[in-house]
Design a protein around this ligand. Sequence first.
Ligand code: PLP
Length: 397
Amino acid sequence: MSDFPQQPHRFSGREREHLDAALSRKSLFYWQEGSATSRMLERARQVIGGRYAVATSSGTAALHVAVGAAALEPGREIIIPCITDMGSLIGPLYQNLVPVFADVDPHTYNITAETIEAVRTDRTVAVMVVHLLGTPAEMGPIIELCRKHKLVLIEDCAQSYGCYYGQQHVGTLGDFGCFSLNDFKHLSTGEGGFVLMNDQRYYDEARPFADKYYDRLHRERRLLRLGLNYRITELQSAVGLAQFDRFEQATAGRRAFGEALTARLQDVPGLHPPAVPATGRSSYWFYMLRVDEQTLGIPRDALVEHLTARGITCSAGYIPRPLYHEHVFAHKSFFPGGVWPAELIAGRTYDYRQVRCPVAEQVLATAVKLHVNDAWGEAEADACAEAIAQCVPAARR
Ligand SMILES: *Cc1c(COP(=O)(O)O)cnc(C)c1O
């Protein structure tokens, strides 16, 4: 079985049409009547939800805008999963917050109300949930916990287009939903991102924060706070506008693949397919399962090698190590000069070398990540299950 279809070409005549239209105008600036940017955001709200939207130059920028718009006091703590992209951490660090790492569920790979509660202190002001690999976190209890302790809830949805919790698309459940449009995500504008919000007060902070603190809606040039230039351009938004027409195409097949493969692997001793909350749907940005080598009878690397030889692109593990083991955290070398302002403001020191998230470490040590693409579906799930059965005797039916 080596006839797994390749990722289809993602850009078409529609992108060209919107690009042409953008180029035929006098300006590529995002803030203008009928701009591609405002239309892209309208599409994003239609497809995903949320009352307000702000476009940004990246997913990292979207997350920074959320943290900035939440007006969190410097020196306070924000809880973040230890398995995520560094882009989740950059905004909090630049806002002089202290990232506190939470462990994850062994099978959804997401933080939970319990793992959040385990590291919450009286200095915690916010929680950033990352819906990893397109799978929703168990949001009900997390929302409850955040309400109870008045914590701002930010959702990192960079990997989770087409990811639902109950009837709702993720990114509309917390205070902020942050999306990436970088080239590796379900939808691509090359680089780009956006933030969704329901609360107008947050929208009124997010807009200027992403635009050097210039409030274009009210045409005000009163610099009330420090913002950034995270503006998107009309060229990116023109592509984005067309990309939202591919939303189903970019998520439905992956979901069908993931759900079918999980059903096929559910009862194989030694294999642990990814779990999804009971009311949730995943869009499998990657399909990451875990292996118990002892029970399975073959090493993880042998399985990876076997699948790769059959045309299934995959790799062992996910990120190389939990983030607290990265040099920049272990040595707190965020800024030059050996000083971390957040610690000075907090009046206390933090030691990331003492942090342990045992479940996350286990996940990374046992994971096999399949590189799913938009063209895959149920047939590929069957073929994957067959390929696994060829080298895993217990998977043969
Ligand atoms: C990709 C990604 C980001 C950052 O997005 P960029 O557009 O690359 O800045 C943040 N968080 C997660 C979980 C991501 O996968």
